[in-house]
Write a protein that binds this ligand. Structure first.
Ligand SMILES: Cc1cc2nc3c(=O)[nH]c(=O)nc-3n(C[C@H](O)[C@H](O)[C@H](O)COP(=O)(O)OP(=O)(O)OC[C@H]3O[C@@H](n4cnc5c(N)ncnc54)[C@H](O)[C@@H]3O)c2cc1C
Ligand SMILES: *[C@@H]1O[C@H](CO)[C@@H](O)[C@H](O)[C@H]1NC(C)=O
Ligand SMILES: *[C@@H]1O[C@H](CO)[C@@H](O)[C@H](O)[C@H]1NC(C)=O
Ligand SMILES: *[C@@H]1O[C@H](CO)[C@@H](O)[C@H](O)[C@H]1NC(C)=O
Ligand SMILES: *[C@@H]1O[C@H](CO)[C@@H](O)[C@H](O)[C@H]1NC(C)=O
Ligand SMILES: *[C@@H]1O[C@H](CO)[C@@H](O)[C@H](O)[C@H]1NC(C)=O
Ligand SMILES: *[C@@H]1O[C@H](CO)[C@@H](O)[C@H](O)[C@H]1NC(C)=O
Ligand SMILES: *[C@@H]1O[C@H](CO)[C@@H](O)[C@H](O)[C@H]1NC(C)=O
Ligand SMILES: *[C@@H]1O[C@H](CO)[C@@H](O)[C@H](O)[C@H]1NC(C)=O
Length: 507
């Protein structure tokens, strides 16, 4: 994002020096309001601005929520096209928000015009479709304004699910446009591997359904290439049949060594791709807190692999059982554990390192980060920081499953392994004055874990855009080859650079 904008005391935006005329975003909001059908609406801040406030709200409220001149809730694709035409022709900065779970300011928030996709909120399951070969159990089409737990809740009565998110509140749109790591990824790959069609409004206002056959390049680009190609209104994914899943969340204090041992058991004994887990090592409020989330695609607890986690004595939390997918997300929600508990939405930022193989050495590197960062509490108002160890099965991305769709923009292929686990860092704190100290500490942890991983694997795996720090070089997300291809596709579908007016990683 190379536009530098100044928001005046009133509501107009001063355009950069090279632009012909100053941008009056209020006037653009009013023009949009006049052109929209009655399925859509524009909202302004102010005493009764409750819808506006919901539209600009983000998960990490105080760091990635921004005040916008107005918010727009389009209700039809045609209205999305009208909005894109108006922001494009006036060069007005805008943002598109799905679930608002981006950590980075400006990625789905803006001082310009906030487009909130919330009215695209329907879910439909169809047993038959034109994608019968890739989706023998049918397809699910859902609106781009939805969060995963609502999609699951709509599908649960049908004993159908999709390869989607693991945490309550995460939006489908941002997750899918970035790649998507799921509890089902060991079985079915990344979420993007399961997308069959994107309903999109292209930057020039053209509405289209992009599939592997309609526009193979754009289809590839949308699978991981983020918000660079237009505004998606609906996604169609392969339906996954299921009955019930088994899941558990446990949490402890001062049990780091026991968690390390329990992970070694899981790592050595789990061969069933229906099993997936993650565990967190955290410093929260001065305490060393650990948690584990366990998952199995079947109604019973799988034998052996999770016992060591479940048997660690003195659990603070043990929530386990057989669930629907929406029930599972509610039961294993670690959000409550991690929030600062002050009532204020803390400031926060995530970081990410892809790990080829979680060896004891890498785990020890991560454990060491807890003590390295313990000093943050003293003078940087840290609410807590955590490292989520998210192992996936070796080789899980190998595209041998004939049902998976074609290649995708993310992850890029690299020399070895069609596999990568995640180390997801999350730091939360209070007060803008403490941003610099906490961000520097987070960056330090990312760098040290990355160095240990690079030393071990002998290569640098890509970085996952959806959890990456905003200053990550775009080439590090996609690799040079994929980036060049993405840039060429963006040039074709967005010659007017309309999507460059929205923040995020730009190709
Ligand atoms: C608590 C938490 C848990 C998470 N868990 C996981 C996980 O298990 N696996 C995983 O892979 N990731 C996970 N993530 C990361 C998550 O994938 C990203 O935060 C993702 O961007 C969320 O999507 P969203 O729609 O909520 O985001 P938003 O902030 O709304 O949007 C993110 C980006 O997508 C763009 N965008 C949104 N909607 C559209 C649209 N309709 N058309 C075009 N562009 C659009 C936005 O402009 C923005 O650039 C998690 C994040 C959090 C905060
Ligand atoms: C911007 O447009 C609004 C609405 O048309 C108008 O009231 C306002 O005076 C304009 N602001 C500037 C700085 O021109
Ligand atoms: C919205 O517009 C449509 C078509 O113009 C009309 O049929 C409908 O009654 C309107 N709905 C409302 C709530 O005004
Ligand atoms: C879904 O699965 C549950 C549990 O096995 C079963 O009781 C229910 O009848 C199933 N529903 C449908 C629609 O198949
Ligand atoms: C955890 O360990 C710390 C440091 O040794 C100690 O101060 C604290 O009381 C312990 N907490 C619990 C709940 O055992
Ligand atoms: C499940 O949770 C209950 C309630 O906390 C606990 O008593 C039981 O031991 C747990 N079961 C397992 C397998 O951990
Ligand atoms: C997990 O298993 C892999 C493959 O056997 C091994 O290389 C790695 O060291 C193990 N990790 C741990 C933490 O035991
Ligand atoms: C705490 O403050 C001291 C003094 O300003 C500084 O040197 C140190 O780096 C800070 N520690 C952290 C972790 O921010
Ligand atoms: C919009 O762009 C698409 C290609 O991405 C093209 O097929 C279509 O003709 C364009 N429409 C207009 C109205 O320019």
């Amino acid at each position: 994002m190379h536009l530098i904008l100044v928001v005046t005391a009133a509501v107009s935006l001063i355009s950069p020096a090279w632009a012909a005329a100053p941008i009056n975003a209020t006037a653009v909001c009013q023009e949009i309001a006049q052109k929209l059908s009655n399925a859509s609406a524009v909202f302004y801040p102010g005493a009764y601005g409750l819808v506006y406030a919901a539209d600009i709200f983000h998960h990490s409220a105080s760091s990635s929520t921004q005040e916008s001149v107005c918010s727009v809730e389009p209700g039809t694709a045609q209205d999305v096209a009208r909005i894109l035409q108006l922001v494009g022709s006036t060069r007005t900065p805008f943002a598109v928000k799905g679930g608002g779970h981006s950590w980075n300011p400006g990625f789905s928030s803006t001082p310009g015009i906030q487009i909130a996709m919330t009215r695209f909120n329907t879910v439909a399951y169809s047993k038959t479709s034109q994608y019968q070969r890739q989706a023998p159990n049918g397809v699910v089409t859902f609106g781009a304004g939805m969060v995963w737990n609502d999609i699951y809740a709509a599908l649960d009565p049908l004993n159908i699910t999709v390869v989607g998110g693991r945490v309550v509140g995460v939006g489908a749109a941002g997750f899918l446009l970035g790649g998507g790591y799921s509890f089902f990824s060991n079985q079915y790959g990344m979420a993007v591997d399961n997308i069959l069609a994107f309903d999109i409004v292209q930057p020039n206002g053209t509405e289209s359904v992009v599939t592997a056959s309609s526009d193979p390049n754009l289809f590839w680009a949308l699978k991981g290439g983020l918000n660079n190609f237009g505004i998606v209104t609906a996604f169609t994914m392969r339906a996954i049949p299921y009955t019930r899943v088994w899941g558990a969340l446990v949490a402890h204090v001062n049990a780091t060594e026991a968690y390390k041992d329990a992970f070694e058991v899981f790592n050595a004994t789990s061969t069933d791709p229906k099993a997936a887990m993650l565990f967190g090592l955290n410093g929260i409020g001065g305490q060393s807190i650990q948690y584990a989330v366990m998952f199995y695609d079947g109604p019973e607890q799988p034998a052996g692999i999770y016992d060591a986690f479940l048997n660690i004595p003195s659990a603070l939390v043990n929530s386990n059982g057989t669930f629907t997918m929406s029930g599972l997300l509610a039961a294993v929600n670690v959000g409550g554990l991690l929030s600062g508990g002050t009532g204020d939405q803390p400031r926060g930022q995530s970081g990410i390192v892809l790990i080829e193989t979680y060896t004891p050495e890498i785990i020890d590197t991560v454990i060491n980060e807890i003590s390295i960062n313990s000093g943050l509490l003293a003078n940087s108002s840290s609410a807590g920081f955590g490292f989520s160890i998210e192992p996936f099965s070796p080789g899980y991305l190998t595209r041998t499953d004939p049902l998976r769709t074609s290649d995708s923009a993310f992850p890029p292929t690299w020399t070895r392994p069609y596999s990568a686990s995640l180390c997801n860092l999350g730091f939360e704190w209070a007060g803008a004055a403490n941003d610099a100290a906490n961000l520097a500490a987070l960056q330090g942890s990312v760098d040290r874990i990355q160095a240990a991983e690079t030393k071990q694997s002998g290569m640098t795996l890509p970085t996952y855009s959806n959890l990456a720090l905003a200053d990550t070089p775009v080439e590090q997300l996609f690799g040079a080859l994929n980036l060049a291809r993405l840039t060429a596709i963006a040039k074709r579908v967005d010659p007017g650079k309309v999507m460059q007016l929205a923040g995020g990683f730009k190709v």
